[in-house]
Design a protein around this ligand. Structure first.
Ligand code: HEM
Ligand SMILES: *[C@@H]1O[C@H](CO)[C@@H](O)[C@H](O)[C@H]1NC(C)=O
Ligand SMILES: *[C@@H]1O[C@H](CO)[C@@H](O)[C@H](O)[C@H]1NC(C)=O
Ligand SMILES: *[C@@H]1O[C@H](CO)[C@@H](O)[C@H](O)[C@H]1NC(C)=O
Ligand SMILES: *[C@@H]1O[C@H](CO)[C@@H](O)[C@H](O)[C@H]1NC(C)=O
Length: 347
């Protein structure tokens, strides 16, 4: 059969156009407003209302949701894989990894999913999208509106969740700056974005085991009063791996001694802002991975930049979270809309 060059050119042009169009709507390329018109209720409205109620009941859930989102996206992309519970068939999903110590906020995701399934939008909204919306809403509430952004949606939930993947993909709190830069570069983030995202440590809490190394770090790397009279004291107070606030601002002023001026009681453990950078320049951050950012000129200049301008940080943090939200599952992965966020559909 004779095919004219003109017809062939048409076919090639059509295929080229299709190749451009198809990936834009395929899973893995989320779009803002994906659920509009797909449900009898506002999906993002229900997420927003449920996050608001959860934070009203326990404001610390906000930090939990922001970290949950980071830990989801850095491991196999934003696919809800961090939400999967252990089963007989898969006893070691991501959440059992030591890298996920202290992970919480799962109950908020469950509550949102239950409302959507029973009320107005069954079998439609992925757990991965719910987490992405919830982290945005938590960031907006905790920053009093300073951090806000439109969340692209239309992700699918993954069916693979492995503690080994979590251990290999997530940064460690004892990493040096070269290791941190390399880990973030592996996900497409610049050293500046590493600095921007680390500012999330202005909120939340940490277990003593997560910064144990800092109790013996030299005074050039951590304020010695903070190390000896605050952290070592709190961690030595007994109990099984106690927690402390990530931000000295949120610690009890009465326990801070000479550092009491850094406490701002009204903020109450839940104000997402650029205070992390100011603390860092004063050697008053928890993790070695935080302090490392002032130990290299490549990152130090950004720490200074964000310490100086909180508005700039709000904007850049929002943009970095949008970028984080675009990390997708490895090519060829299977996806689904889970019925419950804690299990894949085949259990
Ligand atoms: C740069 C590398 C990072 C390291 C090494 C790191 C490490 C940690 C560790 C060890 C904890 C305490 C966990 C515990 O002991 O319970 C923690 C808490 C937290 N991290 Fe990170 N993190 C990093 C980056 C990030 C990023 C990029 C975000 C979000 C954008 C984030 C958000 C949080 C939040 C909000 C908490 C408090 C969680 C809560 O209160 O439940 N972290 N991080
Ligand atoms: C989120 O919900 C609160 C109250 O539940 C409401 O005042 C606010 O307008 C909502 N915001 C968005 C962006 O939907
Ligand atoms: C939306 O409401 C219509 C009419 O009541 C119903 O037929 C449909 O199944 C509902 N869709 C969802 C997703 O609940
Ligand atoms: C940063 O740069 C200054 C001057 O260029 C240099 O003296 C210093 O050693 C550098 N510090 C680090 C940690 O790279
Ligand atoms: C802080 O950053 C914002 C956003 O880029 C900018 O508009 C503002 O001028 C900056 N403020 C200062 C004091 O540099």
């Amino acid at each position: 059969m004779k095919v004219s060059a003109f017809a062939l050119a048409l076919v090639v042009a059509f295929q080229a156009a299709a190749a451009v169009v198809v990936p834009a709507t395929a899973p893995g390329a989320p779009t803002v407003g994906y659920y509009n018109g797909k449900c009898n209720c506002s999906v993002e409205g229900i997420v927003n209302d449920t996050v608001k109620a959860a934070l009203d009941a326990d404001i610390t859930k906000g930090a939990a949701l922001v970290r949950l989102f980071f830990h989801d996206c850095f491991v196999r992309g934003c696919d809800g894989s961090v939400l999967i519970d252990p089963t007989y068939a898969n006893p070691n999903p991501e959440k059992t990894s030591g890298a996920n110590i202290g992970l919480r906020g799962f109950d908020v995701i469950d509550a949102i999913k239950a409302k959507l399934e029973s009320a107005c939008c069954p079998n439609t909204v992925s757990c991965a999208d719910i987490l992405a919306f919830a982290a945005r809403d938590a960031s907006r509430y905790l920053s009093k509106g300073g951090v806000d952004y439109a969340v692209p949606s239309g992700r699918l939930d993954g069916v693979v969740s492995s503690a080994t993947d979590a251990a290999n993909s997530l940064p460690g709190s004892t990493f040096n700056v070269a290791e941190l830069i390399a880990k973030f570069a592996g996900k497409g983030f610049t050293p500046e974005e590493l600095v921007i995202l680390s500012g999330a440590h202005s909120i939340g809490e940490a277990h003593c085991s997560s910064f144990h190394d800092r109790l013996s770090a030299p005074s050039s790397q951590i304020n010695p009063d903070f190390r000896d009279s605050v952290l070592a004291k709190d961690c030595g107070a007994g109990g099984d791996d106690p927690t402390v606030e990530n931000n000295i601002r949120d610690m009890n002023a009465a326990s801070l001694g000479s550092l009491a001026r850094y406490a701002v009681p009204a903020r109450g453990g839940a104000y997402l802002d650029n205070s992390y950078y100011v603390n860092n320049l004063n050697n008053l951050v928890l993790f070695r991975s935080d302090w490392e950012l002032v130990g290299s000129n490549a990152t130090l200049r950004h720490v200074r930049e964000y310490a100086d301008n909180g508005t700039l940080w709000n904007l850049d943090f929002a943009a970095a979270l949008v970028k984080l939200s675009k990390l997708s599952m490895p090519p060829g992965s299977t996806g689904e809309i889970r019925k419950t966020c804690r299990a894949t559909n085949n259990y």
